[in-house]
Write a protein of this length. Structure first.
Ligand code: PLP
Length: 359
């Protein structure tokens, strides 16, 4: 029998979440963001589940190739653009649309002789301070528009704080003002919203939206449950109890003897560790579902095992079903305990975990 840990990807949940995003988007086009192997859910699965999206957005040429191989015929947008001149051959061959965020890319495009016109999304930096043009944006647009084989399809930017209001920091309104200033004179399409803006900031408009996390059923805002936004978890991580043992008061569990039994209790050993993608930094008390009960993590996460206090699940025996995250334990709850976000846990699902799919 294989090690009992496995992930289940719910294609119906992916389709449902896309429909939710579509409802939020109104008339705007929806790019389904599928970078990082569809946030750990499997690119080919996402290609099938997101058939109703207007396009896919991702980063890697090999993922673009995989999406085409899986039969995706609609647009594919490279969110970081291309990195060197020969990448443009793949942009041609795979008929990709691309972000352009720096002059070096403009010059590579100018030197390129493609088979067909390339759709370009010009990225503006309006407060994120990573990639994008600033006050020079419209010069770049003019240069791109002078190239016969380039079509400037839209101007785009990425929001730093659509999930919060942080006084004194680049907030949404400030970034929208910076966008309007830098895009002075632009009459064409714009793309602004990630999941947080799409679900939480109705004032952020645009012509296309780029949801990622929401499509997978994760919350775009820490503390706001995804279920409240009408989203369903698409990834379930499940395993079983490998061992159950009786402890006396004062018995220590696991590396560093972090957890010490405060009373006589039973401890359960779960076949799941950080080498499966469970966060090693998860503290005691992180919720784990065992055979119908939520029980607390007790002791440090090891490479292949975690331990839980079964005081509230006295019926649980070796072989009992465990859910690490999914239906009973929102992935965002585990992430919050571990000081991170659902995004990171999804992306960190380890290759050694077998994946099946439903829906
Ligand atoms: C990853 C990414 C998104 C999706 O962000 P979510 O928070 O997952 O919705 C949107 N736009 C760009 C440019 C991205 O890189």
């Amino acid at each position: 029998m294989p090690r009992p840990i496995r992930a289940t990807i719910d294609l119906a949940a992916l389709r449902h979440n896309l429909a939710r995003a579509r409802a939020q988007a109104g008339a705007r086009k929806v790019w389904a963001v599928v970078k990082a192997n569809a946030y750990g859910h499997g690119l080919e699965r996402a290609v099938r589940a997101f058939a109703a999206a207007d396009g896919l957005a991702l980063l890697d040429l090999d993922e673009a190739q995989r999406a085409r191989d899986a039969g995706w015929r609609k647009p594919i947008l490279l969110l970081e653009g291309f990195f060197e001149p020969r990448d443009l051959d793949a942009v041609d061959a795979l008929e990709l649309s691309t972000v352009v965020h720096q002059n070096a890319q403009v010059e590579m495009l100018a030197a390129h002789r493609p088979r067909r016109a390339i759709d370009v999304y010009v990225k503006l930096d309006t407060g994120m301070r990573r990639l994008g043009f600033g006050s020079d944006a419209m010069q770049a647009v003019a240069r791109l528009q002078s190239l016969p084989h380039v079509r400037v399809a839209a101007l785009a930017t990425h929001l730093a704080n659509a999930d919060r209001t942080t006084p004194g920091m680049a907030d949404v309104a400030e970034q929208l003002r910076a966008f309007a200033a830098a895009a002075n004179g632009w009459r064409g399409a714009v793309s602004l919203a990630n999941s947080a803006a799409l679900f939480l900031r109705p004032e952020v408009g645009g012509d296309s939206v780029r949801p990622g996390i929401a499509l997978y059923g994760g919350t775009p805002r820490a503390g706001a449950p995804a279920a409240q936004l009408g989203l369903r978890p698409a990834m379930r991580l499940r395993s079983r109890l490998l061992e159950v043992r009786q402890l006396n008061r004062g018995d220590a569990v696991g590396y560093g003897s972090r957890w010490i039994a405060p009373r006589p209790t039973r401890i359960g050993v779960v076949a799941c560790g950080y080498a499966d993608g469970y966060p090693r930094v998860a503290p005691d008390g992180t919720p784990v579902w065992v055979d119908g009960q939520i029980v607390p993590l007790a002791g440090r996460v090891s490479m292949d095992m975690i331990t839980v206090d079964l005081a509230n699940a006295s019926h649980a025996q070796v072989g009992a079903e465990v859910e690490l995250w999914g239906e009973h334990v929102p992935i965002d709850d585990v992430a919050e305990r571990a000081g991170t976000v659902g995004y990171e846990l999804m992306c960190a699902l380890a290759r050694r975990v077998a994946v099946d799919e439903i829906g």
